[in-house]
Ligand binder design. Structure first.
Ligand code: TYM
Length: 371
């Protein structure tokens, strides 16, 4: 694959992603300064993930704000495919979702697609996926969502809530549409081909719960967008508002290209990693540095391809600190060892605290479940 090429699907993110091209390809819109200003007016601040362009694209976010201003509150909807442990990449959209829940004071539906991950993986049994489901729930609760305003929906357990809606959706989507949108092939198992309506269904669940058309906003990385494209096509025909989206970029893996993924564990920092493992993974990560200190001092390094830089920027540095880091990196004043050290020093206490919250979450699971 040349550096010009990239793939983004709900199941695979590869290559050097050109986010402008991706927006064009998917037909989404850039989050404009005007839209940011509207968010700021309502919430009193622009979240750093918006300011830094981590959340960069949307569909109908303007309409969500217009309805909100009229007093018509939206629901948030996001999710997780429990195929493994939770890594830091997953935390970013969820931290942002928590901020939206707090600032707009709205309900959240959190879907766990255990069915999808059983169907998609070659080797995993339903039992394996169920174990990850239970583990992932602890991470979700540890984020700090409001238990009174959050419901976690596990597909295989709560199917009765979404099956009737998903049938209505399935009847309106053809095989040729899902084939074109998701790239299904003759060898794809028919469970996967029939799965998209199950992830689409929670988009309409709030309207059913509230008994009136209720807007829904989905914060997620842009890999999930294909689901919303097919859902938006049929929403109004079914009498529901089209679900709106706010899309993030990807946190890169420690090997850089593509996204951080639990299927390549050595390049992902998991929420359950201990200090020694964190040190080891960060020590051996790819960076944007030169092969020798001398060359780095002379030529400078490339922060734009460096995962250490992006982790620090999105999680720990202020905008000012991060811009300064970029400048010093480019000019050769900063060596990779120093940035790696900063990242280790910031990640370890962050995850120590997260692990504490994860432990506490064990007693709270029931509060978050649908009856
Ligand atoms: P999953 O489990 O692949 O990913 C969960 C969420 O994390 C985002 N994500 C990332 N964000 C930043 N950097 C990364 N490296 C990274 N990797 C994953 C994903 O975009 C997603 O928001 N089918 C879905 C589960 C699902 C869902 C939803 C997701 C069901 N309903 C509604 C979002 C919204 C899945 O397998 O996600």
């Amino acid at each position: 694959m040349s550096s010009e090429e990239f793939t983004v699907t709900p199941w695979s993110v590869e290559g050097d992603i050109d986010y402008d091209k991706l927006m064009q390809k998917f037909g989404t819109e850039k989050i404009s300064p005007e839209l940011e200003a509207r968010i700021e007016k309502i919430t009193g601040e622009v979240h750093p993930m918006l300011k830094l362009g981590y959340f960069f694209s949307h569909r109908d976010l303007d309409k969500i704000l217009t309805e909100y201003e009229k007093g018509n509150k939206f629901y948030l909807y996001t999710g997780r495919g429990p195929s493994g442990k939770i890594h830091m990449g997953h935390l970013l959209p969820w931290i942002f979702t928590k901020y939206l829940q707090e600032k707009f004071d709205v309900n959240l539906i959190f879907q766990l697609t255990d069915d999808e991950k059983f169907l998609y993986s070659d080797g995993k049994t339903m039992d394996d996926v169920s174990k990850f489901t239970q583990e992932n729930i602890l991470d979700i609760i540890a984020i700090g969502f409001d238990p009174k305003k959050t419901k976690i929906l596990i597909d295989t357990k709560d199917i009765k809530r979404i099956y009737p809606i998903s049938l209505e959706i399935a009847k309106r989507i053809t095989y040729s549409t899902v084939k074109a949108v998701f790239g299904f092939e003759n060898s794809t198992n028919i469970g996967m081909i029939g799965f998209p309506p199950i992830q689409a269904a929670p988009c309409f669940l709030p309207s059913i719960i509230e008994g009136r058309p209720t807007p829904v906003l989905i914060p997620a990385a842009i890999d999930q967008d294909p689901y919303w494209r097919v859902t938006r096509d049929i929403a109004e025909k079914m009498g529901y508002p089209k679900p709106a989206q706010i899309h993030s970029k990807f946190l890169p893996g420690l090997g850089m290209q593509g996204k951080m993924s639990s299927s390549i564990p050595e390049t992902a920092i998991f929420t359950t990693d201990d200090d020694k493992t964190i040190d080891k993974k960060i020590s051996s990560t790819f960076t944007g540095g030169q092969p020798t200190v001398e060359l780095q001092r002379k030529l400078g390094a490339n922060f734009s391809i460096c995962p250490v830089f992006w982790y620090l920027r999105y999680f720990f540095d202020t905008e000012k600190e991060s811009d300064e880091r970029a400048r010093k990196c480019k000019s050769g004043q900063l060596l990779c060892g120093e940035c790696k050290g900063n990242l280790k020093d910031a990640t370890k206490p962050f995850l120590t605290e997260f692990k504490k919250q994860r432990e506490k979450a064990k007693d709270q699971v029931d509060k978050f479940m649908f009856d």
